[in-house]
Design a protein around this ligand. Structure first.
Ligand code: PEP
Ligand code: MN
Length: 287
């Protein structure tokens, strides 16, 4: 009989029979994904940056700031999945060039989203990690296509996806030949209106017995509110996540996308100091 509740699980018998490549049973050791000048898994890795690439100045300023703080992965979207077709859609290929320049000048690894099969080749040239957003978790042709890429894939959980659906989405990528998948929890839809989504931190302990893949937490999309982000980020570290994906912007009030949830540089620095002391107390290596 198939077991579904997390409480039914232990390391031997918890994973669904449907899982092959992602299953802990097939691969007992934790996967560590090497990317750019760092890795994700077996420590706590920070990924930060603006929701969208807006200008060369904004991206270079952020890259300079992050590299000064020792954050090695910068995330920014050149292609943005927006609920409204009238919202800023991203700078597209021009945005990719700006990310490339940031990598060349400051040595930051680049995490950026691909929305379309058509753009996978171009995104892969620039990205150190290819992001598949929550809305793309069930885009099966795209999952198969990034499964043929040489770069790691950060796979966000769909906003109403179960753990099994999420892992099955990851199966498409691994099954197509790309073993370097990082799962990213970004909050799920619920009825509350105090936050954009509900951060489901229970996925961290629930995923561990099921899969060997690393899991990072995105407290920015989970909350939609910069005032809530630091507490959720610290909780993610304490819960045993492998890292964070956080939105940070040189001037959140002027952001073209997701400004209310972006930390400014000062708030990000303050959070980093608190994370470092929690990591030290837990003997977790922060990268
Ligand atoms: C994003 O990462 O900026 C984004 C749009 O996130 P999500 O896919 O989680 O909604
Ligand atoms: Mn965003």
């Amino acid at each position: 009989m198939r077991k579904t509740a997390a409480t039914d699980c232990d390391h031997r018998d918890c994973d669904s029979d449907a899982l092959r490549w992602t299953s802990r049973r097939q691969h007992p050791a934790d996967t560590q994904v090497e990317c750019a000048n760092t890795r994700i898994g077996g420590g706590f890795t920070l990924i930060a940056g603006p929701c969208a690439v807006e200008s060369e100045r904004q991206v270079l300023q952020t890259a300079e700031f992050l590299s000064r703080l020792g954050v090695r992965l910068m995330r920014g979207g050149a292609f943005k999945p927006r609920s409204s077709p009238y919202s800023f859609q991203g700078l597209g290929l021009e945005g990719l060039q700006m990310l490339q320049r940031a990598r060349q000048e400051f040595g930051v690894g680049i995490v950026t989203e691909v929305l379309d099969i058509e753009h996978v080749g171009r995104v892969e040239q620039v990205a150190d990690v290819i992001q598949l957003g929550a809305r793309s978790m069930q885009n099966y042709p795209l999952l198969k296509r990034v499964g043929r890429c040489e770069k790691p894939v950060l796979l966000k959980r769909g906003m109403s996806a179960t753990i099994e659906e999420w892992l099955l989405a990851a199966e498409y990528v691994l099954g197509a030949g790309n073993p370097r998948v990082i799962l990213c929890e970004r909050g799920v839809r619920s009825f509350g209106d105090h936050a954009r989504n509900v951060l489901d931190l229970s996925v961290v302990p629930a995923l561990r017995p099921r899969t060997h893949l690393p899991v990072v937490i995105d407290p920015s999309h989970a909350s939609g509110d910069a005032r809530l982000v630091p507490a959720l980020a610290q909780a993610a570290l304490a819960a045993g996540a492998d890292g964070l994906l956080i939105e940070v912007h040189p001037n959140p009030a002027e952001a073209l996308c997701d400004g209310p949830q972006a930390l400014d540089f000062k708030a990000f620095e303050g959070l980093l100091a608190r994370l470092r002391s929690i990591a030290a107390a837990l003997s977790v290596e922060m990268r």
